[in-house]
Design a protein. Structure first.
Length: 149
């Protein structure tokens, strides 16, 4: 599939208010979800070969759902790789308990070999770091919980 075809699919999803869309061929699988912000999030991956399911002797217990917090968060403005500091030797931009201002840099997200400084965009105290250093992040994913001041 060519770029122009993917672009057209994105336009159709957005223009028609489609909330979720999947397309799978022998070569790849494309999945799309419309975010609450109106942005389309898409994931493309090679199609997985069919896997025969092995019979399970007993059902595994369901994993507990993580607790949902209502605390305000600092969210990722893009897809990329999360870094807490400017280099492996440098101190992190912020840690739990630090007070940040709207202009405070809280992390870097690497996207397409470009290092993007992410600002807090609000005043508060960092109460929880939700992502591990070097982890992949999605658009709109919560990175930090913050207590407003």
């Amino acid at each position: 599939m060519e770029y122009k075809d993917l672009k057209r699919i994105i336009e159709l999803v957005k223009d028609n208010g489609i909330v979720e869309f999947e397309l799978e061929t022998e070569a790849f699988k494309l999945s799309s979800k419309l975010a609450s912000t109106g942005a389309v999030q898409m994931v493309a991956a090679p199609a997985a070969a069919p896997v025969a399911a092995a019979p399970a002797p007993a059902a595994a217990p369901a994993a507990a759902e993580p607790a949902v917090s209502n605390a305000p968060t600092i969210k990722s403005p893009m897809v990329g790789t999360f870094y807490r500091s400017s280099s492996p030797e440098a101190d992190p931009f912020c840690k739990v308990g630090d007070v940040v201002t709207p202009e405070s840099t809280v992390c870097i997200i690497e996207a397409m070999k470009v290092m993007n400084e992410i600002k807090a965009e609000q005043k508060g105290r960092i109460s929880k770091i939700l992502i591990e250093n070097g982890e992949a992040v999605e658009f709109g994913q919560s990175l930090f919980e913050i207590e407003p001041l």
